[in-house]
Design a protein around this ligand. Structure first.
Ligand SMILES: *Cc1c(COP(=O)(O)O)cnc(C)c1O
Length: 400
């Protein structure tokens, strides 16, 4: 069988015309080192064995696939299933790549992990991995985000990480990225930079995708065992795109399975009100790679808005830009309101409180179910909603 993954990305990290590594010269040797180490280790029996052990005995994999009987009934039409990444340790899919990045660091002889974080979810997952491996961890976070997401600051500190408050500019994610890269450059001999999604310069989009593939591999086998068939439709929310690439990976060579990425439409289709990069963006560069970007009138990354802070990014992983271009994946949107409605429905009808990010995929499934009678939809429940409870209830109450 010809596999999509065999030639994607190419040796320079391009998915078609997207991706690559447009690095400032001082960073080039460090990313080369990461690329070579990953090439070698991804074929090493010991690395693979270590990763399997961690997934089973620390993360709690495999996570199940659940049939959402009640949600299917009220949505009318298709049968809806969910891959339960909310049951992964720390409550989301992010640990899948963070544990693997930390394992890579360990095999490279590094003793420290460095990263930026926006809402704090990536910082918490990486700090968890660092604690497991007994490594140092340094997380850069904008001062504004630290106030907004204080519980995650507390978590990171409990996990033993140093949280560096970034006080430049708007004091949010963009400044945190610059600060983290600056710090990494000064200690790259002993530290690994841990990117939080299928974004950034090569080899991260490929590496993070490979580390997330386990989601799709498990889901394909589990779905076949449950139903005797493959799903008709597979769907996941897209921020940077790691949980979506993970689930899609299991089905990308199955031409009859339709793949859907669900982007956050926020409060309206006007620039600044949403973060639907593939739907409304144009070709451009961001964070040292080529992809689709939401741009302002001066061509800079535009402000974005969504109820789900984990989807709040004016770029997208280059592989998604490519899969959009070649037409293998369909990209669509869900609004804040649809996501909130899905959040309440899944909670009260199925006993599963989803992350607001994942609720975008649930909203898509609820909407599409009636258009596809007799079909099956498998969605990625990328994380649990505990982190969102206070915000949802304070701002929107308990639903109708
Ligand atoms: C961070 C996050 C996302 C978005 O990240 P992707 O790389 O697009 O998957 C989605 N769901 C949850 C629960 C998250 O924490």
């Amino acid at each position: 069988m010809s596999s999509y993954f065999k030639n994607t990305p190419d040796r320079k990290g391009f998915f078609g015309e997207y991706g690559g590594a447009m690095l400032p010269p001082p960073l080039i040797p460090h990313f080369k080192e990461i690329e070579e180490a990953y090439d070698r280790l991804s074929k090493s029996g010991e690395f693979i064995k270590d990763l399997k052990y961690i997934r089973k005995h620390f993360q709690g994999r495999p996570t199940p696939v659940s049939y959402l009987r009640n949600l299917s009934e009220i949505s009318g039409g298709a049968q809806i299933y969910a891959k339960r990444e909310d049951l992964n340790h720390t409550g989301a899919h992010k640990l899948n790549h963070c544990m693997a990045e930390a394992l890579l660091a360990r095999h490279m002889g590094k003793t420290k992990l460095i990263a930026e974080t926006g809402a704090g979810q990536h910082g918490v997952a990486l700090a968890t991995a660092a604690a497991y491996f007994g490594m140092e961890c340094e997380i850069h976070m904008g001062e504004v985000d630290m106030k907004k997401e204080y519980p995650n600051v507390v978590r990171m500190k409990l996990l033993g990480a140093t949280v560096v408050a970034v006080t430049d500019g708007a004091r949010t994610l963009k400044e945190a990225v610059d600060s983290a890269f600056g710090s990494y450059l000064g200690q790259a001999d002993k530290a690994l930079f841990g990117i939080g999604s299928v974004v950034g310069p090569h080899p991260f989009p490929k590496m993070v995708r490979d580390f997330q593939k386990i989601v799709g591999m498990e889901a394909r086998e589990q779905f076949l065992e449950m139903t005797g068939e493959l799903p008709d439709i597979v769907a996941a929310c897209v921020g940077g795109g790691s949980n979506a690439m993970g689930l899609f990976a299991g089905f990308i060579d199955d031409e009859d399975v339709a793949l859907y990425g669900v982007e956050p439409l926020g409060t309206s289709t006007s620039l600044g009100d949403h973060a639907a990069t593939i739907t409304y963006g144009e070709d451009g560069d961001i964070h040292a790679f080529r992809t689709l970007v939401l741009k302002d009138s001066e061509g800079n990354p535009a402000p974005v808005n969504t109820i789900a802070s984990g989807l709040d990014y004016p770029g997208v992983g280059p592989e998604h830009a490519h899969l959009h271009k070649i037409g293998r994946v369909n990209y669509t949107t869900a609004t804040d309101k649809e996501a909130l409605d899905a959040f309440y429905r899944l909670s009260s009808k199925e006993g599963i409180i989803p992350a607001l990010e994942s609720a975008h995929a649930v909203a898509f499934a609820m909407r599409e179910a009636s258009n596809h009678p007799g079909c099956s939809i498998l969605l990625n429940l990328s994380g649990r909603g505990d982190k969102d409870l206070d915000y949802v209830v304070e701002t929107h109450g308990f639903g109708e």
